[in-house]
Design a protein. Structure first.
Length: 384
């Protein structure tokens, strides 16, 4: 059986937060009470039992607990989720098991508990190590709390620790971004996800911008920030392996590579999205509707059938997000398509313009460093 014919990753969504960040448009909610969390976890466990036997799950399928803030769940509830996954063949011998943690929501004892549960990788939502920038976007932790959390994770036994960082924030300068990068690498982090701030409609931050209450770095400054991230992290030995992700060799996120390699994954919880290779299943965003649907034995979401053309398109622009790019021989095996025959005319200008590198001998294709910056222009040719 080929790797794209088995589930290679399992995701659990926790939609609860202490406080919603001003830029966030994810399906997450602040202020949930203990009863709601307990009912939600019971529903997720029931969904795991109902849906896990519908697919073939690879023994080494990765695990990822994301959100929201999974570390808000009590030890009892987290253990219940892990037990449900193990009993139903979703947690076998995972190549990686990650839990997201918001700094300030877990102490040494809780992090040790995560390790004992079987998590071997932890991802902190740091976003910045400047208190003014953190306040400007509604983060609940301070810079010192974030650095302390990294130290505590190492004391708890985690050797694989990652952090998220955002550039282009209100109050941010090139120097404060550099300081955040310096402090994170000095803390020994071997994986960083670094994203440019995206202003999503209907978020509080979008409204504040419209009213002139906050100001973002200008376009030239944001470009300088983008270039600083590439140059600084490369110099520190964290190599870019995907448009927004950097790691010391061997520390790449194996779970996220499942998505970028367009491999099947199974997800549980409200708003969670699963992909079996030809269909997507997306659960309802509403926690209440999700719980009620599961309790009544009904479907908690809907399916989207993907045509071969849609699958090929998504495979190409997901794979080209990575620095290794795509294997054109595998592409033909999976989709019966010769990429150069199908898209060669449109690709030619990007190859000549040094945005796309085409390795004829090994039949591989990837974006160049310049192509990473203008990736959306390349991806547009695959969307028909």
């Amino acid at each position: 059986m080929q790797k794209w014919e088995q589930i290679q990753g399992v995701y659990i969504h926790t939609p609860f937060c202490l406080q919603k960040c001003l830029y966030c448009d994810f399906a997450s909610y602040a202020g949930a009470d203990t009863e709601t969390m307990e009912k939600y976890v019971d529903a997720v466990c029931s969904e795991i039992m109902m849906r896990s036997n519908e697919v073939t799950i690879a023994d080494q399928a990765t695990l990822y607990f994301g959100g929201g803030t999974p570390s808000l769940l009590s030890e009892k509830l987290l253990a219940k989720l892990v037990e449900a996954l193990q009993k139903n063949g979703c947690w076998l011998q995972p190549a990686e098991a990650t839990i997201e943690v918001n700094p300030g929501t877990a102490d040494l004892d809780k992090l040790r508990f995560f390790k004992d549960l079987g998590f071997d990788r932890i991802s902190f939502g740091v976003q910045s190590l400047n208190d003014a920038e953190l306040r400007a976007v509604g983060r609940i932790h301070t810079a010192n709390e974030a650095l302390d959390a990294i130290t505590v994770a190492e004391k708890a036994g985690f050797t694989r620790v990652s952090a998220d960082l955002i550039y282009g924030l209100p109050e941010q300068s090139l120097q404060t971004l550099k300081t955040s990068l310096q402090n994170l690498t000095a803390a020994g982090l071997q994986h960083l996800s670094v994203y440019g701030l995206t202003i999503e409609k209907n978020t509080p931050l979008a409204g504040m911008l419209d009213k002139g209450k906050v100001e973002l770095p200008d376009e030239d400054c944001q470009l300088a920030m983008y270039e600083l991230v590439q140059e600084y992290l490369e110099a520190q030995g964290l190599h870019r392996y995907e448009i927004s992700n950097y790691a010391v060799s061997g520390q790449e996120s194996r779970h996220n590579l499942v998505y970028w390699h367009y491999l099947p994954y199974l997800s549980f919880g409200s708003s969670a999205c699963s992909f079996n290779g030809s269909q997507r299943f997306t659960a309802t965003d509403s926690v209440t509707d999700y719980i009620e649907s599961i309790q009544s034995g009904k479907s908690c979401g809907g399916f989207e059938d993907l045509t071969k053309e849609m699958q090929l398109s998504e495979y190409l622009f997901m794979g080209l997000r990575t620095t290794v790019g795509i294997d054109l021989i595998e592409t033909e095996q999976r989709f019966g398509c010769d990429v150069m025959l199908e898209f060669g005319v449109e690709l030619e200008k990007f190859i000549r313009g040094n945005l796309v590198f085409y390795d004829i001998e090994h039949r591989r294709m990837r974006l160049t460093e310049q192509g990473m910056r203008f990736s959306n222009e390349v991806f547009e040719i695959f969307v028909k």
